[in-house]
Design a protein around this ligand. Structure first.
Ligand SMILES: Nc1ncnc2c1ncn2[C@@H]1O[C@H](COP(=O)(O)OP(=O)(O)OP(=O)(O)O)[C@@H](O)[C@H]1O
Length: 257
């Protein structure tokens, strides 16, 4: 489902954190949210997965305002993969992934065979089926991220949002995780710190700077040398190479302050 933010503002303790943010994540696309530290990326994402209500403006998933729907309906549409995995304490991998079914169960429902199949399929797609009976806490960082993605897939979301999904992963695990996300075909909006990964993996980028949109659009159009210089403070350019992969080339000499 398409995600749209319409003039979203967030103020915290009187301080503007997001100012008039307008953005669109088209159905089926993988859009990366990038920007310097403290630019408001996580705050913006929180307004989408219903953790922080905007001070003004509208967040729409599909045609509907997420802040006008119940938390349960919102969770049937949107799954979030976050850094905080505190809800997983003491659970096995299969139990963590099964939590993804919660928004689809009635108050007194027990998990059905269909739910079990969805959980198994989600673990299979993310390559964690072999760990199903392991305690989640015993997994490596990369394995955990894949389990959290499996939990999100078990939610059968129409929109997937992720905050720094590649944090703490080694270089190969980063590529593998983003490739996997790209292959899902689910509408995806992800905060990504690593610009090299973002340009390689995303269809479009949204660049946030001091709580406002500095640029947005297809990767090569959004991340111009001017944006790289003015927002990120680096002298660099982005190009699609002969192998079809988009890469950033940094100048040897850093910019003077
Ligand atoms: N609950 C809060 N109370 C006060 N200030 C906050 C709160 N949440 C966020 N902020 C401030 O809002 C600004 C944006 O924070 P946010 O975490 O959204 O940035 P970010 O772009 O995700 O940063 P990073 O790349 O460092 O993770 C920061 O200055 C932060 O200190």
């Amino acid at each position: 489902m398409e995600l749209n933010l319409e003039r979203v503002c967030v103020r915290i303790e009187g301080r503007p954190i997001l100012s008039d943010v307008v953005l669109s994540v088209p159905e089926g696309s993988f859009v990366g949210l990038v920007g310097p530290n403290g630019s408001g990326k996580s705050t913006l994402l929180r307004t989408v997965y219903r953790s922080l209500k905007p001070s003004s403006g509208v967040v729409r998933v599909g045609p509907d305002d997420v802040w006008q729907m119940s938390a349960r309906v919102a969770a049937q549409r949107t799954a979030a993969v976050l850094q905080d995995a505190s809800a997983t304490v003491g659970l096995t991998v299969a139990e963590v992934v099964a939590l993804g079914r919660t928004p689809h169960l009635g108050l007194f429902d027990r998990e059905s065979a269909v739910d079990g199949d969805v959980v198994t399929e989600s673990m299979d797609r993310t390559g964690v089926l072999a760990f199903a009976d392991r305690a989640f806490s015993t997994l490596s960082g990369g394995e955990r991220q894949r389990v959290l993605l499996a939990r999100a897939l078990a939610q059968q979301p129409r929109l997937l949002v992720l905050d720094e999904p590649t944090n703490h992963l080694d270089v190969r695990a980063r590529f593998e995780l983003l490739d996997l996300i790209g292959e899902l075909g689910t509408t995806t909006f992800a905060v990504l710190h690593d610009l090299d990964l973002a340009v390689r993996s995303c269809d479009q980028l949204v660049v946030l700077d001091a709580g406002a949109i500095a640029a947005a659009g297809p990767v090569l159009a959004a991340l111009t040398p001017v944006v790289l210089r003015e927002v990120f403070g680096v002298a660099a350019s982005v190009e699609r190479h002969a192998d079809g992969v988009v890469r950033i080339t940094y100048e040897a000499k850093p910019l003077a302050d």
